[in-house]
Design a protein around this ligand. Structure first.
Ligand SMILES: [Zn+2]
Length: 410
């Protein structure tokens, strides 16, 4: 091809250097656990990202409720503007219909860009996007509709655990020598054995089901085609840290306890999932790894004693970004949860909006990204606002019970 023709094609196809963005959410991840593991070579994929990019502490303005923070990450707006405060309100769940403002997938769709969102928190019912969306409720036993977009999207990853039970148990064995008692539900409710089984099943099996399952789906989708923006939410570090924090070696529990290695081993396992996702990242793409908050030991100040909860949220989460458009820096100032969406837009060559509460993290970006003027807003008239938002679905008794056992109901 002659050079002028080559440049003409580049000019017609837009900025030749513009790559995709992979936004990988690790709920509850903290540098306090990750850093020693990186030094020990047990998180080689995260280490590789850090060697080619920026790192910082993410400090969200309200670190208590994950759905609130993940919605701010996806919208660039605080709760006063987006309206998602928690998992549930009264006896019903918050849903994507309660969100009062546009999220990244809406913004990209309006700009004619493509999105692949897998398991991102508060994405039920799924929304119409230019691309695909797999709801965070995909593996729920209680919801069976509006879990994928487009509605005829067929996935080979089974929705229910039965099809994957053996594989998940094998994974659990890698994390702990604990062997669950098959009849544990009949044990006396106040016995330590009952409690250990409860934590094991409610925490570890759910975490593995979620993270392994959504990574399988992501691989399946990314192998078929590329997207401008890929998002995934991996919840397991948070679930496992809430349940097993006190058993960590060095904590007060006996270091020989079968649960003592779960937290660091789960981080190493998450790194292996990161490695599976990084295989789809091209040389021009950017990877952003972010958590909504960190984790610490639960104290009496965290409210009523809950024997199955020993980790509590800490305000300091993780932020890392890597790719040819990102500078290799250790950023001193903290990154806010609302800074992520405008930064993702900037990396994609799209404008941020002036009604967002965050700003583009320009100090981690390499100079040379084409300037894009901000726009006033991505909002369209007609989006539900507060009281006229859809009422959502009620929680079933089973689900209330699970939320209670998981510590989400106060
Ligand atoms: Zn949590």
């Amino acid at each position: 091809m002659t050079r002028p023709l080559f440049f003409l094609i580049l000019a017609l196809s837009g900025c030749p250097c513009r790559g995709a963005v992979f936004l990988i959410g690790l709920d509850g991840a903290t540098w306090d656990v990750a850093d020693p593991l990186i030094r020990q070579g047990r998180m080689p994929n995260l280490r590789k990202c850090l060697a080619h990019g920026a790192r910082a502490v993410l400090r969200s303005s309200d670190w208590t409720y994950s759905p609130l923070i993940w919605t701010s990450i996806a919208t660039g707006k605080k709760v006063a503007k987006h309206g998602i405060r928690d998992f549930y309100v009264g006896q019903r769940r918050y849903t994507s219909s309660d969100r009062r403002c546009a999220a990244l997938w809406n913004m990209l769709t309006r700009q004619g860009r493509t999105v692949c969102s897998v398991g991102y928190m508060m994405t039920w019912p799924v929304e119409r996007v230019a691309g695909v969306m797999v709801s965070d409720q995909y593996f729920s036993r209680l919801i069976s509709d509006q879990l994928v977009y487009p509605p005829d999207l067929s996935l080979s990853t089974p929705r229910h655990k039965q099809g994957r039970r053996r594989a998940l148990l094998r994974l659990a064995r890698r994390l702990t020598p604990f062997v669950a008692d098959p009849g544990w539900e009949k044990l006396p409710k106040d016995s330590p054995a009952y409690l250990e089984n409860l934590i094991f099943w409610h925490r570890l099996s759910y975490a593995l089901k979620h993270d392994e399952g959504f990574t399988d789906i992501a691989e399946e989708l990314l192998a078929k085609r590329a997207y401008d923006l890929f998002l995934i939410h991996l919840w397991g570090i948070d679930l496992v840290s809430h349940g097993f924090w006190k058993y960590q070696a060095g904590a007060r529990a006996a270091p020989k306890h079968p649960f003592s290695r779960i937290v660091p081993r789960y981080y190493a396992y998450i790194d292996s999932l990161l490695g599976r996702l990084l295989r789809f990242v091209g040389p021009q793409d950017t990877v952003i790894i972010v958590s909504d908050h960190g984790m610490r030991a639960r104290s009496a100040a965290d409210g009523a004693a809950q024997p199955y909860l020993s980790g509590a949220h800490h305000p300091d989460g993780v932020f890392a970004a890597a790719g040819p458009q990102v500078a290799v820096v250790r950023r001193q100032g903290r990154v806010g949860e609302c800074d992520i969406a405008p930064t993702v837009l900037r990396l994609l060559g799209l404008p941020a909006a002036r009604d967002m509460d965050g700003r583009v993290l320009s100090d981690i970006l390499r100079p040379g990204l084409a300037a894009v003027d901000d726009i006033a807003t991505y909002e369209e008239p007609g989006r539900p606002s507060g009281s006229d938002a859809a009422p959502g679905t009620p929680l079933s008794p089973d689900e209330l019970e699970l939320l209670k056992a998981s510590g989400y109901i106060r």
